[in-house]
Design a protein around this ligand. Structure first.
Ligand code: 5GP
Length: 216
């Protein structure tokens, strides 16, 4: 080794529930090799979700035990449930030179940034808060979530989006092709150090964030 190989990057992505990040991240995974961190959660699986694939589903007791054992890189309570990133797989993959991607909400994202200041922080904005409500309602029809659960989630969207100003990069998940193109660009250039990504800086995206929050 000549010592000039790129160091593995830790990508931290936050996107409010219901903003359609699933499709987008799936496209990303076809184009890049990285370790996608599987989180632990105390929430119940939705239909089609598998233990060990989408999440490690666990009881509150087991979650708290893991937290006490310092098993999490970060953990947070969100919408009445606990979520946490298992620490060891993240550290092992980074040490082995493989990029890592975390898809977590802002409280956890900033815990990670505090521990690893070189983490690349990306916020994916919905085109508008209205579009999230529509998506959550559609999903509730399939998953059987109650109106109260939907309202709980909607309540978290606005405070989450307000934190977008603090991320390194911000992009909008509107048109899918454009969003994939933006995400690929952010990934590619961030891996090379971040030059050329000024258009996605939170400062340059300020008006777009303001716009999303306008009807909130
Ligand atoms: P959902 O219940 O819709 O799967 O996820 C709810 C929220 O929890 C999403 O914003 C998601 O990004 C976040 N989340 C998922 N895993 C983790 C985690 O390990 N830690 C934190 N802090 N948030 C997570």
């Amino acid at each position: 080794m000549m010592g000039n190989e790129a160091k593995a990057k830790l990508f931290v992505i936050s996107a409010p529930s219901g903003c359609g990040k699933g499709t987008l991240l799936n496209e990303l995974s076809k184009r890049f090799d990285y370790y996608y961190s599987i989180s632990c959660t105390t929430r119940k699986p939705r239909e089609g979700e598998k233990d060990g694939v989408h999440y490690f589903f666990m009881t509150r007791k087991d979650f708290d035990k893991l937290a006490d054992e310092d098993g999490f890189l970060e953990h947070a309570e969100f919408s009445g449930n606990c979520y946490g990133t298992p620490r060891k797989p993240v550290e092992d993959n980074i040490a082995a030179g493989r990029d890592v991607l975390l898809e977590i909400e802002p409280q956890g994202a900033f815990q990670v940034k505090a521990k690893r200041p070189d983490a690349v922080m990306l916020f994916i904005l919905p085109p508008g808060v209205d579009s999230i409500a529509r998506r959550l309602r559609r999903r509730a029809l399939e998953s059987g979530e109650t109106e109260q659960q939907i309202q709980e989630r909607l309540k978290t969207v606005v405070p989450d989006v307000r934190r977008a100003y603090e991320y390194d990069y911000v992009m909008v998940n509107g048109d899918l092709d454009k969003a994939v193109e933006d995400l690929v660009k952010i990934f590619t250039l961030a891996k090379e150090g971040g030059a050329g990504l000024e258009e996605f800086s939170a400062a340059n995206m300020k008006e777009t964030i303001d716009e999303v929050l306008k009807d909130a």
